[in-house]
Design a binder for this molecule. Structure first.
Ligand code: 5FX
Length: 537
């Protein structure tokens, strides 16, 4: 049967996207037209204070190790679903669920965990039944930068940084799962031996839903330094230099639109979901955001201004670089790729600048920005409050240069402008190096409501900036992928994403570039690149 006929004759079903983000669990419910019907979120710190997280994470005293308790994610799922049931969400009408997870985090499950997942009692909360399934009760997450040594070992074993990038789509990154696993194996060989399965945050969440170990898909799988980016299967040499017996602990990689199982009986009996609810492979937050924006054409680029800032876009042929960015599988095109450039100094660093230089007020921040000329009179700054990863692994530090490229002191307003301009100049420089040439820019993420930031973005890139009214792009993307996967499953073949799963929310023009300001930034870019070299060398 043709996909169009299936759409016409099927009953009106709903599709759920869950996003296990760093700070909370978000959800988006859509109908078959991609229209958002409901949203709900649980903030980890507030809803589950007993886990004592700040922003959903635990930071160790070394300043490098950042983890999250995986049991908190388990507990959050029950909290969210209980609230949905209380608010009378039509859970029985949900035909398919997919999800999203913060990328790179690893969850270590001990022998017996699979059996525990498969035999849940719906009368008891998940956290009571699953408290003992972890061989390590701390999941290293994407904010962790404690694996430099393991990265260098990977480089040495695989023939250097560019060779690692060619094979896996990215050079060795501290936060990438393979390097976390290598560190775990080195530091806790006994716990590694006790580990039956290693999941990503996304596949762990999917495992809860299907009551079994869930496979990965190539969007999130590419964020591990373990997957061959071209074959989309494990790279044996990359597994070998990580830890012994890893392949059997990682499970399979399947296409992102694949049904990975039916919803576990636990959720059917406890919350009233339909027994035939299908679960589609979960992916990472960035691949899901790409799906939410339907980025298919080359030149479609999005910039997400969030806890981490990311630049991402679709690509047909991978051009991995050891200098910047990542190539991941494209979750809406099984033969395509996506580029992602990630900055650790995103909203947290802008918020720090607001507190430090603008009396903790966004209004004052915008006024200070407006009080300084575009280009900041030739002043350029680098603000790494967090250890940065783009273009290289960099320690925290602040570097300010005057018009003559010498270190300089900045006023409050000059600091604010330098924080904002520096970030967009960096994005333009590094996305250009990877061959991304935007025709328009889509801005998403929490800080995309800030119009003064968007104006600088438009001026630096010389392109119109559009924003989506939909802010939870990862959970929306997951919901759209649930819809897409469900169509593919019903059609028994791959159906193009755009045919069945267009996001219904429209984009609105938010900033027009000013030609003369754009020329000024274009002239500034080579100096920015030179100073960046100075800072990183
Ligand atoms: C991407 O590579 C990242 O590390 C971040 O964007 C995380 O996915 C945030 F959750």
């Amino acid at each position: 049967m043709k996909p169009e006929r299936i759409i016409k004759h099927a009953r009106q079903q709903l599709f759920l996207g869950l996003d296990f983000s760093t700070q909370g669990l978000k959800s988006t419910l859509i109908d078959r037209a991609g229209q958002v019907k409901a949203e709900m979120a649980v903030q980890f710190d507030a809803a589950l204070p007993e886990f004592k997280t700040r922003g959903g994470v635990h930071r160790q005293a070394d300043g490098l190790t950042v983890t999250a308790p995986p049991l908190m994610w388990v507990a959050a799922l029950d909290v969210l679903l209980t609230r949905m049931r209380k608010d009378r969400w039509p859970l029985a009408r949900i035909a398919a669920i997919s999800g999203s997870g913060q990328q790179h985090g690893s969850v270590y499950l001990k022998h017996g965990a699979r059996a525990a997942l498969g035999t849940l009692n719906h009368r008891q909360a998940l956290r009571e039944q699953l408290a003992d399934i972890f061989s390590f009760d701390r999941s290293p997450i994407w904010m962790d930068s404690s694996t430099t040594r393991q990265c260098r070992q990977r480089d040495a074993a695989l023939g250097g940084a560019q060779a690692v990038a060619q094979l896996t789509g990215s050079r060795s990154y501290e936060r990438f799962t393979g390097n976390q696993i290598a560190k775990f194996y080195e530091q806790h060989p006994d716990l590694y031996a006790a580990t039956e399965h290693i999941a990503l945050v996304s596949s762990f969440a999917a495992s809860l839903l299907i009551g079994d170990y869930a496979p990965l898909e190539p969007g999130d799988g590419a964020g591990m330094n373990l997957m061959n980016i071209r074959t989309r299967d494990w790279a044996a040499s990359a597994l070998r230099c990580t830890a012994p017996g890893l392949a059997k602990r990682l499970g399979a990689i399947v296409p992102a639109h694949q049904v990975i199982g039916n919803l576990s009986r636990y959720f059917v009996q406890r919350y009233g979901f339909a027994p035939q609810t299908t679960v589609i492979a979960f992916s990472g937050d960035n691949p899901n955001s790409l799906a939410a924006l339907g980025l298919a054409r080359s030149g479609d680029i999005a910039i997400s201004l969030g806890t981490s800032d990311t630049v991402f876009g679709a690509l047909s042929a991978p051009r991995p670089s050891a200098s910047e960015g990542h190539i991941f599988g494209n979750p809406i095109n099984p033969r395509g790729y996506m580029v992602l450039i990630c900055y650790k100094n995103g909203s947290l660093t802008r918020e720090w600048a607001r507190d430090e230089y603008a009396h903790s007020s966004w209004k004052a921040f915008a006024e200070e920005l407006a009080a300084t000329p575009p280009g900041n009179g030739g002043r350029i700054g680098f603000y790494f409050k967090e250890p940065e990863i783009t273009p290289l692994a960099l320690k925290p530090g602040i570097y300010r240069f005057g018009p003559s490229s010498r270190p300089a002191w900045f006023t409050r307003a000059q600091n604010i402008r330098a924080v904002v301009e520096g970030q967009f100049l960096s994005m333009r420089l590094h996305s250009g190096n990877l061959g991304l040439e935007p025709h328009t820019l889509l801005a998403t993420g929490g800080a995309s409501v800030n119009s003064s930031l968007l104006q600088v973005m438009a001026d630096v890139f010389g392109r119109e900036v559009l924003v989506s009214r939909q802010s939870n792009s990862a959970s929306l993307g997951a919901a759209l992928r649930a819809l897409h996967g469900w169509h593919c499953w019903r059609a028994r073949k791959f159906v193009p994403f755009a045919n069945v799963a267009q996001p219904a929310s429209s984009f609105r023009a938010a900033a027009e570039p000013d030609r003369s300001r754009h020329r000024l930034y274009t002239a500034l870019l080579p100096r920015y690149a030179q100073l960046e070299q100075k800072v990183i060398s």
